[in-house]
Design a protein around this ligand. Structure first.
Ligand code: FAD
Length: 383
């Protein structure tokens, strides 16, 4: 195995790192306090080509590999998980699903604008009554001539109030996953209501919303993929999405490490920098080991994806480990900072609040364990 990055990848990483230091890091605390990132960041992400990685150039994308995507998401995760999440959802879940399952017309309609950051996408799977058990969702799509009428409620939808297009998963058939179909729904359609969810523990800069669909009429041309294929589309998006979330977690943990090493070198107690004490070094070493392990697990997934090999279980392993590692790293970082870690003058408190959700969305840690357990035993322990 070759663990060295190629020249193009090193360049992308340096470009992303410098861009995040200039455009994200100086604003992250203010966006967190204001509970909104400056939406101009979306156009800037598009201008850099960051919203088009892995999307072919003929659709306005910037090409590249799954590893390129991971490198970008690590840098964004270090800067601000709210910004990382905008990309994870609009590019990772929406554009990539359109690339894989969309018709030529759907690709031409949405991908150039999504890649340029002139439009955002959101991914409407979770409902108030169905989170982990997404296959039981109740949003309905009823055929009406050549059209569909969609009704239901989606909750916790990232980019929800900003997005111009939503992938909505709705029931077109019987109960269970096989009765679910995906639709591309413009968010300005009559009957579409979006309400911001405020007061989040972390990811406060991100627009998280409840979506209510009241008899929204969409033509059959807006159906994404085949009838009854919706749950498969959602799960395929989330499998790959977990790789991106894991990369974002590596960024959080790395940010914690860099901040902690810097602080430990400057802060003096008992007449010496706290970096000179073994118990402080233990905190730093634990974070460093987790960063390395989480990154290697994530890059392993990227390698499998690039080679077209199965990667679902490996993505669960990476997401589970990296998200728990990010929470631990942020907790350790606060310990290194002492009382200063508890206030938002330094970034580590925000790292902990942002990291917490990483063990919840795109499948909770328990759900990842059930997926890994099913792969190990062949037994489904979900229900
Ligand atoms: P539940 O499913 O009710 O789980 C509650 C607890 O029960 C958890 O600990 C869970 O692990 C456990 N549990 C459930 N079933 C089992 C089982 N079989 N065995 C053992 N334990 C179990 N969703 C979207 O569709 N699109 C988005 O863009 C999106 N963005 C989000 C952004 C944020 C900030 C948040 C908080 C959530 C977002 N979500 C999104 C929703 C997210 O994916 C769900 O919150 C998550 O899947 C968990 O569902 P739930 O909250 O309903 O919890």
């Amino acid at each position: 195995m070759d663990f060295e990055l190629g020249e193009a990848q090193r360049e992308l990483r340096e470009l992303a790192r410098a861009w995040v230091d200039k455009e994200v890091v100086p604003h992250a605390a203010a966006w967190d306090r204001a509970e909104a990132v400056d939406t101009a960041i979306v156009g800037k992400l598009g201008d850099m080509g960051f919203l088009g990685i892995e999307i072919p150039e003929e659709y306005g994308g910037s090409g590249g590999t799954p590893l390129d995507y991971c490198l970008l998401l690590e840098e964004l995760g270090r800067g601000d998980s709210s910004v990382r999440g905008i990309v994870s959802v609009s590019l990772g879940l929406v554009s990539k699903s359109i690339k894989t399952y969309g018709t030529e017309a759907q690709k031409r309609q949405w991908l150039p604008r999504l890649c340029a950051g002139r439009a955002l996408g959101c991914f409407g799977l979770t409902e108030p009554g169905t989170g982990s058990d997404a296959g039981s969702l109740t949003t309905k799509a009823v055929a009406d001539g050549e059209d569909w009428l969609l009704s239901g409620t989606k909750v916790f939808i990232t980019n929800g109030t900003w997005a111009e297009v939503a992938i909505i998963f709705a029931r077109t058939g019987g109960p269970g996953p096989k009765g679910v179909t995906a639709f591309l729904v413009p968010t300005d359609a009559p009957g579409f209501t979006r309400t911001a969810i405020k007061g989040k523990l972390g990811l406060r800069g991100q627009a998280t919303a409840e979506l209510v669909l009241d008899q929204i009429r969409v033509p059959d041309a807006n159906r994404l993929g085949e009838l009854g294929q919706g749950f498969k589309i959602a799960m395929a998006a989330l499998d790959k999405g977990r790789m991106g979330v894991a990369a974002g977690c590596v960024g959080v943990a790395r940010g914690c490490l860099e901040e902690s090493v810097k602080y430990a070198g400057q802060r003096e107690q008992f007449g010496k920098p706290i970096a000179s004490y073994q118990l402080v070094q233990e905190l730093l070493a634990d974070i460093a080991v987790d960063v390395e392990a989480a990154r290697l697990l994530t890059w392993r997934v990227a390698d499998l994806v690039a080679k077209g090999k199965p990667f679902g279980t490996e993505a669960s392993v990476a997401k589970l480990f990296a998200s728990e590692a990010a929470v631990k790293a942020a907790n350790n970082a606060i310990q290194v900072f002492g009382g200063y870690g508890y206030i938002d003058e330094y970034p580590v408190a925000k790292y902990l609040r942002d990291a917490r959700v990483l063990t919840l969305y795109e499948g909770t840690s328990q759900i990842q364990k059930l997926l890994i357990g099913r792969a190990l035993t062949g037994v489904n322990a979900f229900n």
